[in-house]
Design a protein around this ligand. Structure first.
Ligand code: HEM
Ligand SMILES: [Ca+2]
Length: 657
């Protein structure tokens, strides 16, 4: 038991620190170090992560608790009288003191157990634990965090042998660089890429810290700022000039129990696959998007406008789009996916209206939303996941949809709250990001002429121009492109469009997405790759490079060039260097991490579309599964479509044994 006066003085010291931090942030905004959005690449990254003031509120409270914990740790750890609990469910005594001084009272929920419709914020899906899977709660952890030893939330900087961990950009330059030209995977279309990101934006959005008055925090000018985790570019970089630095802000903190414990991160959106990227994750968001039974549109059945999103507008009459997820403008092909499911909602409303003329707007809206979400879930589990997971993985984790009848797999003990490790590992989809983007004709062919593409993907980040082309039918052209062209192969390579030029601005400043992923894993205290191998029942890594049994020799060699010890390999880099499991396009650790997360998102969802209640769809009598693709035919048609700038290559790099 920690002495009460120790706790009280720790809380007071932490309050002083927090107040000083707020004052300093105000000062940094005034002196121009931190700045409001002006289209710089660092502004775009900050906007990508967060727009909600609620997240900063949660983070301020959590930071206060962590600061208090760090004081206690510094004072008491050396005497052995206090050990940090592995999860944030520490001693109630401490928690009560915290609540008095710092933490808000817990929210109470009045759940309606008979409601046939999901709540918008995901609460009350699990009646015993109404906050599971809800928006604005902490992410879960499969394995306890791995922060720098002796800290409650300091990013790992020291490797297992005591030497500093390699710089994320160095790892990216050695392991994730494209040395072999653009290789595509003839087995899957670009829909896997775009559905993958769209799905990601339904289940996780981790906010970052914001400066005073929501300003972008500048992380390269000031040293040792607690909100910062910059990536300093090593000398002699192939793309970034010497002395440059990527300004990366830490993810906003969370502390679910408001008790001493390690730093956690938040999820701003609902974890459930519930179309929150279409409908929003708060009632206010929904209200801004909905018009009676319909979802609001703009001219040409496009998404409504959002004057506050902060994207790049170079043409008169164009605007950024507004949708249930704030990242909608990241790339136009993602925007087109949002547009697709928005129009699907409105199409279903019209169809329901025709057969149920007595239904009011609320009933029409909710029923259409329910059907739209069911379709999204069906596409994910009956099509999307099958495009890269093999039959065994689909079976092991009970992922495939039923052929007939209802599913009985709901398990109320499964917490569908998104996991922190999944948020890092599922970035494997960044391997699918192409280097170009295009609008295809109604015949699914490349079009020629002015403003006809292919376009450099980099020019389209956060820029909605393509949506407005051809009389505002850009979304349709993009969908036809996604249907026609092959996806970059699932491997360790991240195209330069994202690895060198992510969110490039007019000054040429940009980010490296692979380095960001590695850096973010350390920011979140996500343990290294080897820990997940053990957790997944795979062979452990040792100090010997021979223990890398799931990497082929080329990948193992590259890893050994940057890491001092295999046990230091970061999760993102580890999973993307694995050889594919037979019949799938991911390795064993990724199969395990993705398999169990998608199982949780299915079996932990009371409103899962195949369940008889509470929403009650009619039982399936017989369902046609997705037919397999005739690759021979598809390959030849692709090649006659003039995709001549692609190097079609089905001997996919190193992930094949
Ligand atoms: C052009 C396409 C894409 C762009 C520009 C993009 C960009 C980004 C950026 C900037 C981040 C945050 C990086 C950081 O600061 O930590 C991120 C996170 C993430 N991305 Fe992507 N991404 C794309 C496609 C995808 C795809 C295809 C997938 C999956 C199939 C994916 C999955 C994720 C996940 C899971 C996260 C973490 C989300 C969170 O925790 O908030 N992304 N992406
Ligand atoms: Ca969701």
């Amino acid at each position: 038991q920690i002495p009460t006066d120790n706790i009280a003085s720790a809380i007071i010291s932490a309050s002083r620190n927090q107040a000083a931090k707020r004052d300093r942030n105000r000062q940094l905004l005034q002196d121009g170090t931190d700045r409001h959005f002006s289209g710089r690449s660092e502004d775009l990254l900050q906007r990508f992560h967060s727009r909600r003031s609620k997240s900063q509120e949660i983070s301020n409270i959590a930071n206060h608790v962590f600061d208090t914990t760090q004081h206690l740790l510094d004072r008491l750890l050396h005497c052995g009288c206090y050990k940090l609990p592995n999860s944030n469910s520490g001693s109630r005594d401490v928690s009560m003191l915290m609540i008095r001084g710092v933490c808000p009272l817990p929210t109470t929920y009045n759940c309606d157990p008979l409601s046939p419709y999901r709540t918008i914020d995901g609460s009350c899906n699990n009646l015993n634990n109404p906050e599971w899977g809800k928006s604005n709660v902490a992410q879960r952890r499969v394995i306890g965090p791995a922060y720098e030893p002796g800290t409650v939330g300091g990013p790992r900087v020291t490797g297992i042998t005591g030497k500093p961990l390699p710089n994320p950009r160095t790892i990216s330059n050695v392991v994730h660089i494209n040395r072999n030209g653009f290789t595509t995977n003839l087995n899957i279309t670009l829909h896997t890429f775009q559905m993958g990101q769209f799905l990601d934006h339904d289940v996780i959005r981790t906010p970052t810290e914001t400066g005073a008055d929501g300003a972008t925090i500048s992380c390269c000018q000031t040293l040792d700022r607690p909100e910062c985790i910059p990536i300093r570019v090593p000398p002699g970089d192939p793309h970034f000039p010497d002395g440059t630095c990527m300004s990366v802000v830490r993810s906003a903190a969370a502390n679910p129990g408001c008790t001493p414990g390690f730093r956690q991160q938040q999820n701003e959106i609902t974890s459930y696959i519930d179309g929150s990227n279409v409908y929003g994750s708060t009632v206010d968001e929904l209200n801004s998007l909905r018009n009676g039974e319909y979802m609001k549109t703009s001219l040409g059945n496009n998404l409504p406008s959002n004057l506050d999103t902060g994207c790049i507008l170079n043409h008169p009459g164009e605007f950024c789009h507004h949708a249930g997820d704030t990242r909608v403008n990241t790339v136009p092909s993602l925007t087109s996916y949002h547009t697709l499911f928005l129009n699907e909602h409105n199409r279903i409303v019209n169809a329901l209206k025709a057969v149920n003329p007595s239904w009011n707007a609320e009933k029409l809206f909710q029923e259409a939303r329910k059907i739209n979400i069911a379709q999204i879930q069906h596409i994910v589990y009956n099509g999307y996941l099958k495009s890269f997971l093999n039959k065994d993985v689909m079976a092991t984790y009970n992922l495939a949809s039923q052929r007939t009848g209802y599913s009985t797999s709901y398990d109320k003990t499964r917490d569908a709250t998104i996991s922190n490790d999944f948020g890092i590992a599922y970035r494997m989809g960044h391997t699918w990001i192409p280097s170009y983007i295009d609008l295809y004709s109604d015949l699914f062919t490349r079009q020629t002429g002015p403003e006809m593409g292919p376009f450099d993907l980099v020019q389209t980040y956060n820029n909605p121009h393509l949506i407005f082309l051809n009389g505002r039918t850009g979304s349709q052209g993009l969908q036809k492109w996604l249907t026609s062209d092959p996806c970059p192969s699932t491997d360790r390579v991240i195209e330069d469009s994202a690895r060198n030029r992510l969110f490039e601005d007019s000054t040429g400043a940009s980010f490296d997405l692979a380095a960001l992923n590695i850096n973010r894993g350390r920011d979140h205290g996500v343990p290294p790759y080897g820990e997940y191998r053990i957790n997944c029942g795979l062979s452990p890594l040792t100090s010997s490079w021979d223990s890398l049994v799931d990497q082929n020799p080329t990948s193992a060699k590259l890893l050994s060039q940057v890491y001092d010890d295999p046990r230091d390999i970061d999760l993102f880099t580890g999973v993307l260097t694995e050889k594919w499991v037979n019949g799938s396009q991911v390795g064993p650790t990724l199969s395990c991490i993705l398999g169990r997360e998608f199982q949780k998102l299915k079996e932990g969802d009371a409103y899962w579309y195949e369940r008889p209640a509470p929403q009650g769809f009619t039982s399936v009598i017989s369902c046609t599964t997705v037919p397999s693709i005739d690759f021979t035919q598809w390959k030849s048609t692709t090649q006659t479509r003039g995709v001549d700038d692609l190097k079609i290559n089905d001997n996919i790099l190193d992930n094949i044994d």
